[in-house]
Ligand binder design. Structure first.
Ligand SMILES: Cc1ncc(COP(=O)(O)O)c(C=O)c1O
Length: 421
């Protein structure tokens, strides 16, 4: 029997398409067979002439290309034997030192025993999920939440309990009610996945007074918190808030972070900040012989300047904040100008997204085709819920496009909404 191994992008795929192949469905693991189709990620909307407000991608013009070329040259000239070899699973010392310095700059004191470098934040979410979730175990997710994390939790066959969020982030009263009900049902949630700062997709931030309560509840009910902190460095308004990890170092919080939004998503570099007792178990799960040693060395070399291990990266982050503030202002300004009565949106103080609520009776998914025809795309809110909901919501990303495109995209979208879809 011929096994068709051609990928759709490869030239030989067509010639093999008719070949007999095994009964794949009979072979699939349950987590694949029963998971349904893959969830919609931000790649949608690339058709010619369509302005993609879908992409939660960084501004491509912001990548510090010349500095990364210089850093790559320096690494290859001076440290090729390490950079091109397999690396330590937790990450090279140069990167761990950078992270210790970076976190110290935020007032968080860690050692190498608290750090695992990962292939983007995505791998960090995957590792923590597999650290605690057996198939059928229960965990808590925000409603709405990050699609990539939802896919990971589904792949792990987690049983998901949703907790609503509002304009101040996770609703801690609702969280307690969900926990009380779970306890009454004899169910013990093992993990809470939360995005406290500049939420994807909702753009909101967990209020300062709610933060300690989340930790109290974790202690009382005995679950771990996976704090996804992908965007906190990109604050362009308001005052910084303490992370959940900083409120409970070495306790029940594991933080997942990434270089994707502050340097270059293509480096695929992220990291976990974890209580030290969990380190060896996380490394046991990370079967990759080290996350791109080359990328790590380049990033660490790039980040340092003459004054500190993080100096150049810190300066770059300040520039990014100005870029994304301008883009947010352009998008929100256009919404103020063009949105009809009854449309509301969140006002993010950082990050990449705003979250719209359409007037009563409208369904964001249903206006997708009309929006596409009008030359704009977005991701409907329903995609971000584990169990349905969000029909009137949609996510708009302001990170990827320059201000004039954002304004035109919003104008087109609002003309569709004004026309009732
Ligand atoms: C909330 C959140 N967490 C994690 C990630 C993971 O990104 P990466 O794997 O590129 O670090 C993203 C990326 O979109 C995100 O929005």
């Amino acid at each position: 029997m011929t096994v068709a191994s051609g990928h759709a992008d490869r030239p030989d795929a067509a010639s093999r398409a008719g070949d007999a192949h095994p009964d794949y469905a009979a072979l699939f693991a349950r987590r694949v067979a029963e998971a349904g189709p893959p969830l919609m990620r931000a790649g949608a909307g690339g058709a010619a002439g369509v302005i993609p407000l879908t992409y939660g991608f960084p501004d491509p013009g912001s990548f510090p290309v010349a500095d990364l070329i210089e850093a790559s040259r320096a690494v290859l000239a001076g440290n090729a034997a390490n950079a091109l070899q397999y690396g330590p699973i937790a990450g090279p010392v140069s990167m761990l030192n950078l992270l210790v310095a970076k976190l110290a700059g935020e007032g968080i004191s860690v050692t190498h025993d608290n750090l695992v470098v990962t292939s983007g934040g995505s791998q960090g979410i995957d590792l923590v999920t597999h650290l605690v979730i057996n198939p059928g175990d229960t965990m808590l997710v925000e409603a709405p939440t990050f699609i990539g994390a939802l896919q990971t939790f589904r792949n792990a066959e987690a049983n998901l309990l949703e907790v609503p969020i509002d304009e101040h982030g996770l609703d801690v009263v609702a969280l307690e009610n969900v926990l009380l009900k779970a306890r009454a049902d004899g169910v013990r949630p093992k993990l809470l996945y939360t995005i406290p700062t500049f939420h994807n997709p909702a753009g909101v931030t967990l209020a300062a007074e709610r933060r300690p309560r989340v930790i109290e509840l974790a202690r009382e009910y005995g679950f771990l918190i996976l704090e996804d902190d992908a965007y906190s460095e990109l604050r362009f308004a308001g005052e910084p808030l303490p992370s959940l990890y900083s409120l409970d170092p070495e306790g029940c919080v594991i933080q997942v972070r990434t270089f994707s939004k502050i340097l270059a998503a293509g480096l695929r570099l992220g990291y976990l900040v974890t209580p030290a007792p969990l380190l060896s178990r996380l490394l046991q799960l990370k079967v990759d012989v080290g996350t791109s040693p080359f990328g790590n060395h380049v990033a660490a070399t790039y980040a340092a300047d003459a004054a500190s291990l993080t100096g150049r990266l810190d300066t770059h982050i300040l520039e990014l904040r100005a870029i994304y503030r301008e883009r947010r202002d352009a998008m929100l300004g256009a919404l103020t100008e063009y949105a009809p009565d009854g449309v509301t949106w969140t006002v993010p103080e950082g990050g990449f997204f705003t979250w719209l609520t359409l007037p009563e009776g409208m369904d964001a998914a249903k206006i997708g085709p009309a929006a596409q025809a009008a030359g704009v795309s977005f991701i409907p809110g329903v995609s971000y819920f584990a169990g349905g909901g969000g029909a009137r919501n949609l996510r708009l990303a302001f990170s990827y496009l320059p201000p004039d495109q954002l304004v035109e995209g919003v104008r087109r979208l609002m003309s569709v909404v004004s026309g009732g879809g």
